[in-house]
Ligand binder design. Structure first.
Ligand SMILES: [Zn+2]
Length: 411
């Protein structure tokens, strides 16, 4: 019982320490405008960005601490054993018990998360002028997201014990194959089944912009690329663009906020960056990376299952497959903490590649630099992250580094 408790506390403390180091570092540089942004940002804007980031971190960490405390009491204070036994008494069939087990815990977790999400949207985001969401829309989103999450949790909760019963020796291989195929199917189906539940996607309508985009896509070798706009402004004033989908499902999505507030040249520069992700097959590599990581996870889970000591990790003599599945997930979560720098390092590498691609495609690195500065200003990006924090947590290179690289190769 002690080793797992120590591992949980260790990861929790390490994560919090990283946050503290980052916040102290940002605080120390709060009044500094990086030289490369001297003419573009006021010290007031930089300070506002730091304050926004600090408020978000504080809220996120309060939630983490509360959840961690609840989980630790549940796991090590005897809650798991009682919950497990209670469900087994009512639902002796293991797949059914697994489904109720997973849905019950997830429902409690979402209940704890709801006030934090509400506060984030209607207090924090509101205070910094980002919120455009009505309370009704928030509630509708929350209900839909909860139902979806419960559906997936129930499926996984039932599948794990069912697989163990059906294939006691090779369950991990079947589980991994099933999960990978399911993820691939979701990438294909999400634009029809899931995304329309929350957002409306439309083809771009501005004829001049569309023509320029078509030219850019032709030059990039992406003729027929699907470029869509999403109605993000119904929820917030943040602006962004992203690249999604695999195969013929590939598409570049621009927030309507970006389309409304950015110059055509800046929009084209952002698109050129997203086209870089497309041309370099970044999503395919990301998918492969996740498939490899989950394969390692399933292999590890198989070893732990054969070892038979999982219930003992929380002081129990026996536990249902669902309860042991929860402990496996916890162990994977702890291991995932140490993998985060690797995954984020790969993601940052892809961002560099996409920047280089955009520079060559447009021949105007200054336009991408302008767009990045505008995005940073509009989204109140923190400008002085601590290098350790970046190494561990950042999926994108820090703004100043990107601007320096763009300017460097420009000259
Ligand atoms: Zn990118």
């Amino acid at each position: 019982m002690i080793p797992l408790l120590m591992a949980c506390l260790g990861v929790l403390v390490a994560d919090l320490l990283l946050d503290v180091v980052n916040q102290v570092h940002q605080q120390r540089h709060a009044a500094e405008v990086p030289a490369i942004l001297a003419d573009l940002l006021t010290p007031e804007r930089v300070r506002r960005g730091q304050a926004y980031h600090r408020a978000r971190t504080l809220l996120a960490r309060s939630e983490t601490l509360l959840c961690a405390a609840l989980w630790l009491v549940f796991l090590f204070g005897g809650g798991l054993g009682r919950y497990d036994a209670l469900l087994l008494a009512h639902w002796p069939a293991l797949p059914m018990q697994g489904m109720v087990f997973a849905c019950g815990l997830l429902a409690l977790r979402l209940l704890v998360a709801a006030p934090f999400a509400w506060y984030r949207q209607f207090r924090l985001e509101e205070r910094y002028g980002f919120n455009t969401m009505s309370r009704q829309l928030w509630l509708a989103d929350a209900i839909k997201a909860t139902l979806l999450a419960l559906f997936f949790a129930g499926l996984a909760g039932a599948a794990f014990p069912a697989l163990l019963l059906w294939r006691p020796d090779s369950w991990w291989l079947w589980g991994w194959t099933g999960l990978t195929l399911f993820s691939a199917a979701l990438i294909w189906l999400a634009p029809w089944l899931i995304e329309p539940l929350f957002h409306r996607f439309r083809p771009l309508t501005q004829p001049d912009l569309l023509r320029s985009i078509q030219q850019l896509a032709d030059t990039a070798g992406l003729a027929g690329a699907r470029i869509l706009s999403v109605d993000a402004s119904r929820r917030s004033r943040h602006s962004n663009a992203y690249f999604a989908g695999l195969g013929r499902q590939r598409r570049i999505v621009l927030y309507d906020n970006l389309l409304n507030h950015f110059q055509p040249d800046e929009i084209l520069a952002v698109l050129a960056h997203e086209m870089g992700h497309w041309r370099h097959h970044h999503l395919r590599y990301r998918f492969l990376w996740h498939a490899l990581v989950t394969l390692a996870g399933f292999l590890l889970a198989q070893r732990l299952w054969l070892w038979g000591g999982l219930p003992g990790l929380v002081g129990l003599n026996t536990a249902s497959p669902a309860a042991q599945g929860l402990l496996l997930l916890l162990l994977m979560h702890l291991a995932g903490f140490f993998l985060a720098p690797l995954g984020n390092g790969l993601a940052r590498r892809q961002e560099w590649q996409a920047d280089v691609f955009a520079r060559h495609l447009t021949g105007r690195p200054d336009r991408l630099a302008d767009a990045l500065v505008k995005l940073a200003r509009d989204n109140l990006i923190a400008l002085h992250p601590h290098p350790w924090y970046v190494w561990f947590n950042y999926s994108h290179p820090p703004l100043v580094e990107r601007l320096e690289a763009l300017r460097d190769r420009n000259g």
